[in-house]
Write a protein that binds this ligand. Sequence first.
Ligand code: THG
Length: 286
Amino acid sequence: MTILHSKTKEVIINTEGPVIIIGECINPTRRKKLVSTLQSGDFDYVLELAKNQIDALADILDVNVGFPGVDDVKLLRETVIQLQTHFDIPLCLDSPNPKAIEAALKVIEGKCLINSVNGEEKSMNTLLPIVKEYGAVVIGLTMDDDGITNDPFKRLAIAEKILNRAVKIGINEEDVIIDPLAMAVSADPQACLVTLETIRLVHEKLGLNITQGASNISFGLPDREMLNIAFMVLAIRNGLTCPIANPEKITAAVRAADLVLGRDDFAMRFIECSQNLKQPHFTHKQ
Ligand code: THG
């Protein structure tokens, strides 16, 4: 069980579900407007992205403002301050730059997620002490100095290596969340199967919470939403507990899967979502 919190709100990620959604939309991939507005000190757009995701029942918001030529040490910190001023929801700091992560951690209220460390020596040595110092939760990517393997057992071994290293420096086991790496199925027909098997192994052998960038698998293909939903549901069955996804497109499927898996007494969460989708906010959207 992993516990995160914002100023006053607590989010519990349980390894047996229900599934917690980390909203992916604060990310400049395909959203150039995000970088240009942030760089000119205009936070309206990022706040709109946050609100739309919260309305769509996101539990946590991923915050990625990295872009070539951007000073994300300054920008990540400023964005976090703005988000915390307007919303009470735990954040997931998404940056490959440990300096940006640390600057943002200094202003974080509560216990946040750090996205991410991987099994490379350099990554573990730099980031894990920061995770420990600020009492954060960390996502561990199952890749290391040898790159990305297609062998689920090797991905499990990397997850174990990251977990052991984290525990060794005093981080609680449950404050490590594993990312089995979801890759584009257009590039490799076996890609999703490898991820699904890694999820099953990590869930069974390590009993940790599991995340993944759920929209990654559909890059380069039509009907992405349908593909993302198919993969999401199978991954949940195998032990995925906190996907990084677009809540406006995935929450309904996630809540349906939880209900089918017996994790939603009296279908309360499913019905909440279904009613939510009928709100004017959604019917006016594309
Ligand atoms: N693992 C971890 N963190 C991650 C990823 C991961 N962070 C980044 C990424 N992968 C997850 N985030 C995104 C964000 C946006 C998209 C995909 C993954 C995306 N966006 C739409 C597009 O490009 O078409 C934009 C429009 C929309 O919202 O539909 O696909 O794997 N730990």
